[in-house]
Design a protein. Structure first.
Length: 401
């Protein structure tokens, strides 16, 4: 099962990390994922295992106790984990985005305070842009932070907060008018606030309520919640980077690496769907032979494997571009778009190969079928990716006539 999705040019450390993660996924995640998912149960033991492997600190610099690995290593680990169960990759994804934002944009005091504990998985990160009335249109955010003395007072309602219940540090994007007079462009009047809280539901800090888990069609186990701020008081030193008005750029930077990560998830889920499809096709017989011997099914397998390869190559390219220090919004947008679309198609083909059994909850493909659509939406829908890709292409290929 190792012919597909190979990555050339990895060093010994990367290969060792990936082999350890794959082993963990095969032994500790795949055997229990479907049962836990059907019960919508948080995978506590798996999370403890990830902590022991050091995955919560994979990209956090060594000086803060992390492994200091590249985005590529991280994305390849995410691919392996999503192959086992996409929800588990969701548990580390928001943590990774917040750690990345702190590393890139935090003050020294913020880095010293949070990164060492984040590397151990003691502090767990979530990020919150979306509101009930908006997701794609981040510039329309209405949650507000108003300065009062040495504090900011936050009010507003947030939506779709992955790890909202289990996290203890939430990066919340709000509008903040202080220093940004009426009429300032929306993206220049936003601030990321670092909100510390207790894990759990209800009033987790004075002025901050996490109402409960949103009941979802898939992506179960991991908690997705609302977040309500009602005169929530935040010390001024919890403005990410120490300066207001930079929140939009900070979040977009975080989401850009998040997009590589969503692409990696698409690759992992598609790989698992291919594995399930190719295995079932050799066991199920119709008209006197295994269905894999019918050309129509072989063609499906060929298309699925080609998509797995193509998505993996684009995801690796996007991660390497970012690691090289170059802007990767075009590559990340393309990788996220292609990998999530291909993932949905590969999963659907594997489902079709399973015939009626694919509809039974006893078969793993049923879970994948409910999980794949989330990748079409999270970290920017296909339409938003195409807008980013289109704009960048017009910058690159400006008409010179
Ligand atoms: C399970 C789950 C977890 C999530 N986790 C998080 C999280 O941790 N943090 C967070 O902040 N958010 C999170 N989100 C929110 C997610 O980022 C948004 O759902 C997503 O960005 C889409 O926003 P929306 O749902 O408001 O759809 P809308 O923005 O209302 O879009 C609706 C439709 O219109 C299309 N559309 C919108 N604008 C345009 C346009 N200009 N041109 C063409 N088409 C357009 C969209 O592509 C989509 O098809 C999560 C969502 C889900 C489902």
């Amino acid at each position: 099962m190792t012919r597909l999705a190979q990555t050339a040019g990895l060093n010994d450390i990367q290969r060792e990390i990936l082999s350890t993660v794959r082993d963990f996924v095969d032994k500790e995640i795949i055997p229990v994922a479907t049962q836990l998912e059907h019960r919508d149960e948080y995978p506590t033991e798996i999370v403890e295992g990830l902590k022991e492997l050091g995955l919560f600190g994979l990209m956090i610099p060594e000086e803060y106790g992390g492994l200091g690995e590249s985005l590529l290593t991280y994305a390849l680990c995410v691919e392996e984990i999503a192959r086992g169960w996409m929800s588990v990759s969701g548990i580390i994804n928001t943590h990774f985005i917040v750690a990345y934002m702190l590393k890139q944009h935090g003050t020294q005091e913020q880095k010293d305070t949070f990164l060492p504990r984040m590397a151990l998985g003691e502090v767990r990160g979530a990020f919150s842009m979306s509101e009930p009335a908006l997701g794609s249109d981040v510039s329309a955010i209405s949650s507000k932070g108003v300065k009062e003395g040495d504090e900011y007072v936050l009010n507003g309602q947030k939506m779709w907060l992955t790890n909202g219940g289990t996290s203890t540090l939430v990066a919340v994007l709000c509008r903040s008018d202080e220093g940004h007079p009426e009429g300032t462009a929306p993206h220049k009047s936003m601030t990321t606030f670092l909100v510390e809280k207790e894990p759990g539901f209800g009033e987790v800090r004075p002025g901050l309520t996490i109402p409960g888990k949103i009941d979802k069609m898939g992506y179960k186990g991991v908690d997705t919640t609302e977040l309500i701020m009602d005169d929530l008081r935040i010390p001024a030193n919890r403005v990410l980077g120490g300066t207001t008005g930079r929140g939009f750029y900070q979040m977009m930077d975080g989401v850009e690496v998040g997009r590589v990560n969503v692409a990696a998830r698409g690759c992992g889920v598609a790989q698992r769907a291919f594995e399930l499809g190719v295995s079932y096709a050799q066991q199920r017989h119709t008209f006197g032979k295994p269905i894999a011997q019918h050309q129509a099914i072989q063609f499906k397998l060929a298309e699925m494997a080609t998509k797995v390869e193509a998505a993996h190559a684009m995801m690796v390219n996007a991660a390497r571009k970012k690691d090289s220090g170059e802007r990767n919004d075009l590559e990340a947008g393309m990788a996220k778009y292609l990998a999530s679309e291909y993932c949905k198609e590969v999963v659907e083909d594997a489902f079709r190969i399973h015939g009626g059994y694919g509809f039974s909850k006893e078969y793993e493909i049923e879970r994948l079928y409910r999980e794949a659509p989330m990748l079409l939406i999270g970290e920017g829908t296909a339409e938003i990716q195409k807008m980013i890709i289109g704009r960048r292409l017009l910058e690159e290929y400006r008409f010179q006539g």
